[in-house]
Ligand binder design. Structure first.
Ligand SMILES: [Mn+2]
Length: 354
């Protein structure tokens, strides 16, 4: 089971109850819509129902005890028995995943135990990727880069933002994506000043910037990249903005190092934009990590207290957005390792005019 020793170092509890689908998937590698995973100091127990019991036998090989809920019995009855049998007094739960009503129900059912939120600790543990997770994210990013090179042949005057989104998603699927990392963002012309614009029926016009922010999912893991390209020749102002964003991003990546602060990394990019007088138009943070979720810790922002270290990911995505004019964002995905930073995004960043 992944990283549970690390989790128990942080979370001073006797057991951790994993209920959310993604954290069950994270710890077991086994996809299921229902189950209670109980992490204990010396063993792990997976409680599931007959739909998954047979499939869950694969976990037995990993040393996980698999229990089936018999017809008519409640899952929490079995859960209570497991906790009591193992002398558990304090139970860590996912305070960042459960709804209020799920938590209230659980608290009622487990009133004999002390409940402690450990969501932050799970996020921290998840931020350090294993070799396998790194390989999945690398593959997801390579699919995303391939789709970008294909979409350049497709974008032209007269196609709509929605057309581009659909084609991009098709290209990711065709190159091996099992799904999307998040809803594709396509923003053209003046729409591009809205950092997270949804694709519309707007048609591409000559001179438009087209910002594409998209990612693939591979074995459950996300990738994320953004490029702004131009159809025809951009205005002087947009070209200027493009060059500043590109410079900010290049300086950010070149200065990045293992052990830097999230705030420090943000400042590498922000200072370039600031010194060119556009700081008021850089309206979001520089980067975030990803994994099973598209936004994970650590983060790189002016308020981040995170330290970015080995086996963690961070995006580098400065942007400038001017309402009524347009916007530019360039985003790469970086892997931080002890011996340096690897930029996993291979797509061109020199200004592209289609
Ligand atoms: Mn991103």
């Amino acid at each position: 089971m992944k990283q549970t020793d690390k989790l128990f170092e942080l979370a001073k509890v006797d057991a951790v109850l994993v209920v959310s689908e993604k954290n069950r998937m994270y710890f077991t590698g086994f996809a299921s819509t229902f189950g209670y995973l109980v992490l204990l100091h010396d063993k792990n127990v997976f409680i599931t129902d007959p739909r998954y019991y047979e499939m869950a036998q694969s976990l037995v090989e990993q040393g996980v005890e698999v229990l089936q809920i018999s017809n008519g019995a409640g899952a929490t009855d079995v859960l209570r028995q497991v906790l009591a049998k193992n002398g558990v007094k304090t139970v860590g739960y996912e305070d960042n995943e459960l709804t209020v009503s799920e938590f209230n129900a659980l608290k009622r059912e487990l009133s004999d135990f002390k409940m402690t939120g450990v969501g932050k600790d799970i996020c921290y543990v998840r931020s350090f990727k294993t070799d396998e997770e790194i390989s999945f994210i690398k593959k997801a990013q390579s699919i995303t880069d391939k789709a970008f090179s294909e979409i350049l042949n497709y974008i032209k005057v007269g196609v709509s933002e929605r057309d581009i989104a659909v084609e991009l998603e098709y290209q990711m699927a065709k190159n091996g994506a099992e799904g999307l990392a998040f809803d594709t963002i396509i923003a053209s012309g003046v729409n591009s000043s809205k950092p997270h614009a949804h694709p519309t029926d707007k048609l591409i016009e000559l001179g438009d910037p087209v910002t594409m922010d998209f990612g693939a999912r591979y074995h459950g893991y996300c990738s994320d990249m953004t490029r702004t390209v131009f159809v025809g020749t951009p205005s002087e102002e947009l070209r200027k903005i493009y060059n500043i964003v590109k410079l900010a991003q290049t300086i950010g990546i070149n200065n990045a190092y293992c052990g830097m602060g999230g705030r420090e990394f943000d400042s590498f990019c922000r200072e370039v934009i600031m010194s060119n007088g556009y700081e008021q138009y850089f309206v979001h943070s520089t980067g975030h990590s990803l994994g099973i979720d598209i936004h994970e810790t650590p983060t790189a922002s002016a308020r981040s207290a995170d330290i970015l270290t080995a086996r963690q990911f961070i995006t580098c995505e400065p942007g400038i957005y001017i309402p009524g004019v347009g916007g530019v964002r360039i985003e790469d995905l970086l892997l931080i390792e002890e011996d340096g930073i690897t930029d996993l995004t291979t797509s061109d960043k020199s200004i592209i005019m289609l």
